[in-house]
Design a protein around this ligand. Sequence first.
Ligand SMILES: [Zn+2]
Length: 502
Amino acid sequence: MAVLDFPGDMVPLDKEQQGRLRRDLHPAQLLLVCLNDICPRGPPPKPPSDSSPNPNQSPEESFHTFVNKLAQILDFEPKGNTITALTVILLDAKVTYVFASNQRGPGALNNARKCLKEVLDILKSNIEATSKAPDHVIEKRLMDKILWWNKVRVRSYLTALSKELQTCMGRCDNTQEGTKAKQALADLASTLPDLNQGGQKTEIYIEATVQCIKAIQANRNSPLQRYISARSAEDHNMGKGGSWSNLQHAAGRLLSYQYAVEVLVHAHHMWADTDLFRDFEIESIRSSKPYPADANLLNPTPETAELILNRAPGTEVHKQELKQSAVELEKYHLKKHFQSRWEAQAQAEKGMRRIVHAEILLHSWLLATEGGVRSHRFFQGWQYIGTSKPPCRMCTEYFTTVISTPVQFRAPHPNSYLNFRLPDPYVDGKQKGKEQREKQARQKWCEDLGKMKAGVYAAVARVLREKVAEWKRFDSNTYTDRVRSVRGDGGDVALLTSWLGR
Ligand SMILES: [Zn+2]
């Protein structure tokens, strides 16, 4: 159960590769982020297709939801380091859960493995028991376990919820509906665990959190939820999300733990006869190592949008069009914003780690090891990588523009992160000709970078043309994955629309 490495030696970035990043990728990426910042927001995002609980979900789709939920419960902390991708494959002829995280050291990976084992063991022991516990009992056991491991993240949601509840109470209008909503918000606030009492026993804190999640669940389809949804939609129209949508998001994320335990219980009924819960291994992949501190990946002096668009792939006419669109965006002060964006990034550059995002890391590891991403390697032949967050714009470009893969992922979200990096090449270090292999690996990396560049410039062109940001405030779904309600309470649509506002 050690941390898994890639076979071979990593080929470090050379000066030429650094130059390519400085010239071809990072400026365009920074421009894309800036354009998304300054342009007005587009229409509210549609819920990703995999988040819509569908009573007719096929076994394979249910499995996707299950894998995403496992990834979610391993994403212990906010801020992105623990974002996790997970797949179930046959490794040495044994069902094996394999996951990777954005930035976790070996100790943290071990903890995540421990969490997953404890969760799966709850399901395993119920499957193997002669008298089965009812679902709600198993759900409660899972919930306690999951909230314990996720206490840092859960606390951040509770803190946000507490803050926004106070703000929103103050913003309820004096209509009858508003007065009722204010009372209902106060009732919900009264279920919050005491966030100031640090010395409180964890069990008590978790129990209070469970009650709070129940209260959120009980409010689905209530007049309160409709009131919040309407205010939240107003937030969206104002351009920058506000307290109502923050409230909706925090409540939705807490509720997602309830959906997660329901999905897990459903899965353990569905695949009770397989090894999925009976006889399995758990492995994790080492997170990417930081680039050397002296790697110089962004010019310290800001470039202009015009200069960057001059390097766009395509004809002179195309470049002229892009530059003209950029001039039109002066109404949003593109020049000024872009310069300060660049300066801020140049400052941040030293402390920032560019990382291989979890889904790319896991996918690359599969490719580098025996069996690759061929279907026979996956549980039931289902080529799927689940993630705790929808894949970002850069990962999506990678999977669609740079490589083509039979592996499926969650529906993407349009946010683009500056800490993205292409997967690192590895070569066999033992035999002769290593230098030649390294050279080839670097060439291949440069080809991939060229494709990535084309994808990013295409995204830049789209925003320039449409002058509408492809922007989404939260990168986890406020809508949340869930399989058909196994209790048959017809709750799918209700669960989806409650707190969600659509
Ligand atoms: Zn990504």
